[in-house]
Each structure stands twice: as structure tokens, then as C-alpha cells.
Design a binder for this molecule. Structure first.
Ligand code: SF4
Ligand code: SF4
Length: 482
């Protein structure tokens, strides 16, 4: 049971580190390496790291472990102790280790997961949009304007087959998302298929529909990590943004239950002008519920967020304040709370490496089975998406027209074509490039080298200074104002 906010686990000679329930070593056979699997991450380890982390069990002390390794490898114990402590402290600060064995156990890897020979070069992650149904109506939702209906959704069995194919193409992480994935009455069956496939499971939820009993069942089946999204921490404002009453209290409950069951917990806080002033309280909330991670992401403006851009875009000054808040909190909360901070594109000078590069690391599948290189890829013109009902996921990944449209660097125009960062950021976000310039192969306007960059920054300044218009809420059937 969680005892509330954590203190930093400082590794010393008497520490007896062990992986938490939500972190583990994993042989990544598709890439010929061993990784530490953690919430929405896979940390690559060198051979020493694997030896050390294979030995920790919550019983052996760091002192005894170092003595054993010094003898085994005929190396000075002080040198071993320094390296072992640094490795363990790094993982402890990510909140992946605890002192003593974790009383919570997750199911062992299935025979199926042990037997597959994954396809080399496949995606590392699968984003499974189980449904577009959601009781909330966030005006920045990244789901498409044309939401898919319940009667088109893949069945649990079809998701199961998709998960097996994903694992066989090298996927490690599965993001069970939506819409609101807990609206699926068969979520338990879907999760069981994912666990059987050997995937690390992340439930991305607004939390408002979860009960303690259901979360306990999901934990028992083998769920690893819960990401609770919050609209704001001030209840009235959260209700207004989401068009749903009473969400904040529910998020407190679900966050606490998540920790009570020994699962990993991330708080996800999309940032915009209507909640930005409450960022310090949102960070306090994450600490109070003992989250290990917080994602503070300035939203990107496509789909519903594009419709609502003038109501959501913050001023440059308020954006810069969030940078200061996060920098201060990172230092203060070392080893307690880890930060993923996504800066605001309009006030950036370089683009993000969107989805880790097109067709390079993730595959998204919509509720009806369309396989996308990025969850917003349907905003782009001229792409044809294969369906997992018709074609093997590995084949779609390798040969699908949409996956090859912007893969690599061959499609690039200037200035990306000759830029020395082209294999670092892959030209940024295709959807953002198209939304502003009308050309999906253009340079992301977040880049200072883009001919559209000045215009991109200028309209943000103008819109953010003007009074915010009413929201267009995310609903089936399209736009409606409050
Ligand atoms: S962003 Fe809001 S409306 Fe969209 S799926 Fe998440 S909780 Fe639902
Ligand atoms: S020009 Fe293209 S490749 Fe170079 S930094 Fe900008 S977006 Fe990245």
C-alpha cells in the first residue's frame, strides 16, 4: 500500500534494491539487446548493467553485491562500487527501484511471448485507440473530428491478434488509449491478450469511469502502468474544460488506487492558456498522489485543438513561466517526480522529432483498425491507410503506402533536404506543416529555418493576446459551442 508522497531512494552500501512491480528487465530480441522496461519507456542497458540488474532482488545489499562482482571480475571493489551505485541511483531516481522486494508481483512472461521471434526493425510501440467514445469533451482532444462509432470497433479478439502481431514485429510498449478505453466493457479481455503477448501495458485514461474493483482486476491481470490525464486541478475549471462535472475528485481516487495496487502512475497534464496558471498546483497534485512521472505537454494544434486554437494558445510570457516552474520543480523533486516537458511549438526554434520519426518507432491503430504512422495522420491529404482486419501489422509497417510516404529523408524538400539535423528531427511534424502551409512535405513551421516560421509565431502572439472565444467541444457529430 502506498504511504503517500515518496522520498528519494538514496543508494548506499546497505541498500537492498529491487525493481518495482512496474519495471523489469526484458530481452528485446528484435533489437538484440536487454532493456529495462518502465512506464512508456525502454532503457537500453550495457552488459555490466544487465549483470548488476539481474542480481538485484531486494535481498542482497549493494555492499555484498559489489564484493561479489569484485571477486568475480577481479576488479577493485571501490571502482565496482562507484559504477554500481551510479547505475542504481540513476534508476532509483527514475523511481524504478525500491529498497527491499516489491510485495506486488506481476504475471510471468507467457510461453507465447517467450516463443516469438520478433521481426527486426519493427515499431517499439503500439498505440491502440480502443474506442473514440469518451464521457469528456476536451476541446484539445487529438482524436479526429470524424470520431469512429462503437459499431465499427475491433473486437477483443481482433485486438488480441493485433497485439500478437505487434509483439512479433518487435513492439515492447502498448498504450491502451482512446477516447476513453475504460468505456470498453471487455477491457479485461483486451488487457489479458496484451499480457499474453508479452507487451508492457500502459492504460491512458481520464479515470472518471474507473472503480476500485475494476482497477484491482486490471492489476491482477497484469496491467503495468496507469496514465491519468487531468484537465486542471481546480475543480470548476476542470469541469468547464472537459464539460464533465466532478472529474477532479475521481482522479484523486484513481491515482491513489493505482499506487495502492503497486502500479506505475503518470499524471498527464496538457497545457494551454486556460489551465496554465495552475501548473504549480498540478505538480503538487502529482506529488501528493505519489506519481513517479508527470507529462506537461503544451498542446499541438491539429484536430479539435486546431478548431479551438484561439481559445487555447498561451502568450509567450506565460509559456516561458512554465519553463521556469518546471526547471525549479525538477531540481526540488529529484528522485521523487520525473518530468516529461513538451514545449510550445509556436515559441520554439526547433521542431520536435514527431513520433520519433515517421514510420520509425510507433504504430497507431484506430478503433476500427486503421493503422497509422502517427495518431493524427488522418489530417493529411492523399494517404491510404491499411486496416489490421485485412493485412498483417508487420506487412503494413514494412510495406504500407502511408508508412513509406514520409519515412526516412528521401521525401524532404529544402531546407530540410540539406540540413544536418534531418536525421535527428526528421523535419518535425507533418501534420503541423500541412496545417499551416498546406504542404505535408514542408518543413515544420516550428523550425526557425522554415519560411513559415515567422507567420507561425506571429499569429500565436496575436491570438493569445485577444480574448479567448468559446470552446468548440469534442463531440460526435462535430462542432458545438458552449
Ligand atoms: S482528450 Fe479528453 S475528450 Fe479526448 S479522449 Fe482524452 S479525455 Fe476524452
Ligand atoms: S530544416 Fe528541417 S531538418 Fe533542419 S532543423 Fe529544421 S525541421 Fe529539422
Amino acid at each position: 500500500m502506498s504511504d503517500g508522497p515518496a522520498a528519494r531512494f538514496v543508494i548506499g552500501p546497505d541498500s537492498r534494491p529491487a525493481f518495482t512491480r512496474y519495471a523489469r528487465l526484458h530481452e528485446d530480441r528484435a533489437r538484440g539487446r536487454t532493456v529495462a522496461l518502465a512506464p512508456e519507456r525502454a532503457y537500453e542497458l550495457d552488459s555490466i548493467g544487465v549483470i548488476v540488474l539481474s542480481a538485484i532482488d531486494g535481498r542482497i545489499s549493494v555492499r555484498d553485491l559489489c564484493a561479489k562482482l569484485a571477486q568475480q571480475y577481479a576488479a577493485p571493489v571501490e571502482v565496482i562500487a562507484r559504477d554500481v551505485t551510479a547505475l542504481l541511483q540513476g534508476l532509483a531516481d527514475k523511481r524504478l527501484l525500491r529498497d527491499g522486494p516489491d510485495p506486488f508481483k506481476r504475471p510471468a512472461l507467457s510461453d507465447f511471448a517467450r516463443s516469438i521471434t520478433p521481426y527486426e526493425g519493427g515499431p517499439a510501440g503500439l498505440l491502440a485507440e480502443l474506442t473514440h467514445r469518451c464521457p469528456l469533451q476536451c476541446p484539445y482532444c487529438s482524436n479526429p473530428l470524424e470520431l469512429e462509432r462503437a459499431n465499427t470497433e475491433l473486437t477483443a479478439q481482433e485486438w488480441g491478434e493485433t497485439f500478437r502481431q505487434a509483439a512479433a514485429t518487435g513492439a515492447l510498449q502498448l498504450h491502451l488509449s482512446g477516447g476513453e478505453p475504460t468505456t470498453r466493457r471487455d477491457l479485461e479481455d483486451i488487457l489479458a491478450y496484451a499480457v499474453e503477448a508479452g507487451l508492457y501495458t500502459n492504460l491512458i485514461t481520464s479515470a472518471v469511469l474507473l472503480t476500485k474493483e475494476r482497477l484491482a482486476r486490471l492489476a491482477e491481470i497484469g496491467l503495468d502502468h496507469v496514465q491519468v490525464s487531468i484537465q486542471d486541478i481546480v475543480p470548476d475549471n476542470a469541469d468547464r474544460i472537459s464539460a464533465y462535472d466532478g472529474g477532479v475528485a475521481k482522479k484523486y481516487d484513481v491515482a491513489r488506487w493505482t499506487r495502492e495496487f503497486g502500479l506505475g502512475l503518470t499524471i498527464n497534464a496538457p497545457m494551454h492558456r486556460q489551465n496554465i496558471a495552475h501548473l504549480p498546483q498540478i505538480i503538487d497534485f502529482a506529488v501528493a498522489v505519489d506519481a513517479q512521472r508527470i507529462e506537461i505537454a503544451h498542446i499541438q494544434y491539429y484536430a479539435w485543438a486546431q478548431l479551438n486554437r484561439a481559445a487555447l494558445i498561451p502568450t509567450r510570457e506565460t509559456f516561458l513561466e512554465t519553463v521556469d516552474v518546471v526547471e525549479e520543480a525538477k531540481k526540488r523533486l529529484l528522485g521523487v517526480l520525473n518530468f516529461d516537458f513538451v514545449i510550445h511549438d509556436h515559441y520554439a526554434s526547433r521542431p520536435k522529432t514527431c513520433t520519433g520519426g515517421w514510420g520509425k518507432s510507433i504504430i497507431a491503430v484506430t478503433p476500427s483498425g486503421k493503422a497509422l504512422p502517427c495518431h493524427a495522420a488522418q489530417t493529411l491529404p492523399g494517404l491510404v491507410f491499411d486496416n489490421v482486419r485485412d493485412r498483417h501489422l508487420g506487412e503494413i509497417w514494412r510495406d504500407g503506402a502511408a508508412f513509406n510516404a514520409y519515412r526516412g529523408t528521401g521525401w524532404m524538400k529544402e531546407p530540410c533536404h540539406s540540413c544536418d539535423r534531418r536525421e535527428i528531427d526528421y523535419g518535425g511534424c507533418r501534420c503541423q506543416a500541412f496545417a499551416l502551409s498546406g504542404d505535408p512535405a514542408a518543413t515544420d513551421p516550428a523550425c526557425h529555418l522554415s519560411p513559415d516560421h515567422a507567420r507561425f509565431a506571429a499569429f500565436a502572439e496575436t491570438e493569445s493576446q485577444a480574448p479567448a472565444p468559446a470552446f468548440v467541444y469534442r463531440r460526435y457529430g462535430g462542432a458545438a459551442t458552449d
